[in-house]
Write a protein that binds this ligand. Structure first.
Ligand code: NAD
Length: 481
């Protein structure tokens, strides 16, 4: 097999595509820089029409044999795939910390174990899928989950390994063949996944990677009429484009998009717990879709909450994501740094006040101080739009009615956090219009539970049966009695 590797953080990784079980080179290539220090990590291939066509043809050719296997027969492949990820755990950690700036500690303790589970859990869960009969007086309905066909998976840069595997696991376990288009700002761990698939013996064409930019490679992929599904995680503008391109061919899309999730602190909340969790919203430099970024705090506890959260924020260590003590790493790209700064400047020009932060961090060009803005109107740009950086907002409320209106007062509807006395917080949580919300907690996830957003935050649900419903053609075989 053609080999050509970059050495990044002491680990070897291919800058090539992976199509039909082979590494494939192409030109042009794009430069890849580390957000840690802007160093050039190497050049990665940009897939053009030829590679896109080859990947779709390979996935189509591989589909009949792969889809004909039972879930029991596919499981050993996916278990080996999981094993191979584990074998490369250190490389996955180092590569994603270097190209995406994700905390090394988070990679080791959170992302890599979860990536493995994303494959193995769905391989196991797929065993429960077939032929769930519905018995009636007239007939037996054998409800089948048939694999849909060729699936394109498009992922963002903030969690490339986690999100590629979150989609790959169910797509492959259900019997589809896949093409992954990784994010051009953080493509390395997806490339390493191809090494895992290869070592696991996945048949050629079952798993393919085409590297490249969204506007070029991604757009060509999602416009192809031979696709059965597009599974996308990323921003709202891109989702609108993809939905139109895929919609032109009536190809169903799953869209997991941005958020402007409320972080609610009721008057009966445990203020210290809420404040400690609040400071976690700066993790990954705020580049987390499900973070609560709009703090809505009861006016009676506002001062106590601000003081408590400030205490936690002052202790946050901003710095190199490979340093075990670091809690807030870099922003992915100079363009994003400008965007974050632009949001802050607009808010201040619009009358906002800084509670803390508000400027680049001295650690380096792509680091920004954890920032909190207040004195905002509900229609302020920064209250309404996703910043995707370490910039949060704080507004106050005086009644539950006012709170619920504010919580629901954006076009987004991804997640939320609600701190308060359990019954009170649960009652409020039920009125917040989002895809999920955590009561007195943050980030508890289970692969069996539904995940996704409403309004501008997305279309569809992932997780458990919902992933399989998307990646399968559900069919009723009716056998009369
Ligand atoms: P983005 O939309 O710019 O890019 C996402 C992916 O889409 C990249 O791989 C990109 O190359 C590709 N792409 C861009 N244009 C395309 C096109 N025309 N056709 C096909 N593919 C195209 O998003 P981003 O900046 O990489 O990621 C940040 C966004 O992702 C934020 O809005 C964040 O909230 C969201 N996000 C959502 C979730 C979730 O689960 N809801 C998780 C993580 C990130």
């Amino acid at each position: 097999m053609l080999t050509e590797n970059l050495t990044v953080a002491g680990h070897s990784v291919s800058p090539l595509h992976y199509i039909n079980g082979q590494r494939v080179a192409s030109s042009p290539r794009f430069d890849l820089h580390s957000p840690i220090d802007q160093s050039l990590l190497g050049q990665v291939c940009e897939g053009g029409a030829e590679q896109v066509q080859a990947a779709i043809a390979a996935a189509q050719n591989a589909f009949p044999a792969w889809s004909a296997l039972t879930a029991v027969e596919r499981k050993p492949y996916l278990d080996r795939f999981t094993f191979e990820i584990g074998q490369r755990a250190e490389a996955f950690c180092q590569l994603e910390s270097t190209d995406a700036g994700v905390l090394l500690s988070r990679m080791a303790h959170g992302v890599v174990p979860r990536a493995m589970l994303n494959i193995s859990w769905f391989a196991e869960h797929a065993l429960t899928l077939q032929d769930r009969p519905i018995e009636t007086e007239q007939a037996t309905h054998l409800v089948r989950h048939d694999p849909a066909g060729v699936v394109v998976i498009i992922t963002p840069w903030n969690a490339p390994l986690m999100l590629a595997t979150w989609k790959l696991g169910p797509a492959l376990a259900a019997g589809n063949t896949v093409i992954v288009k990784p994010p051009e700002w953080a493509p390395l761990t997806s490339s390493l996944l191809a090494d895992c698939a290869h070592a696991a013996g996945l048949p050629p064409g079952v798993f393919n990677i085409v590297q490249g930019s969204g506007a070029n490679t991604g757009a060509k992929l999602v416009s192809d009429p031979r696709l059965a599904r597009v599974s996308f995680t990323g921003s709202v503008p891109t989702a609108k484009w993809i939905a139109q391109a895929a919609g032109a061919n009536l190809v169903p899309c799953s869209l997991e998009l941005g958020g402007k999730s409320p972080f609610i602190v009721l008057q009966d909340a445990d203020i210290d717990n809420a404040a400690a969790t609040g400071a976690l919203m700066y993790r990954n430099a705020g580049q987390v879709c499900l973070a609560g970024t709009r703090f809505l705090v009861h006016s009676q506890v506002r001062d106590a909450f601000v003081a408590a959260m400030r205490g936690y924020v002052d202790k946050l260590k901003v710095g190199d994501p490979r340093d075990a003590a670091t809690e807030v790493g870099p922003i992915i790209h100079p363009r994003q740094v400008e965007r974050v700064q632009g949001f802050v400047e607009c808010a201040l020009a619009d009358g906002a006040e800084l509670l803390w932060g508000g400027a680049p961090h001295p650690f380096g060009a792509q680091y920004y101080q954890p920032t909190m803005l207040t004195n905002l109107r509900q229609d302020s740009e920064i209250v309404q739009n996703e910043v995707f950086g370490p910039v949060l907002t704080l507004q106050t409320f005086d009644s539950d009615e006012e709170l619920v209106a504010m919580a629901n007062g954006t076009d987004y509807g991804l997640g939320g956090v609600c701190y308060g006395e359990v019954a009170h917080a649960t009652a409020i949580a039920q009125q917040v219009r989002t895809g999920f919300i955590w009561v007195n907690s943050f980030g508890i996830r289970d692969l069996a539970a539904p995940f996704g957003g409403i309004k501008r935050s997305g279309v569809g649900r992932e997780g458990g049966d919902w992933s399989f419903e998307f990646f399968c053609d559900i069919k009723d075989v009716v056998v009369p009695k």
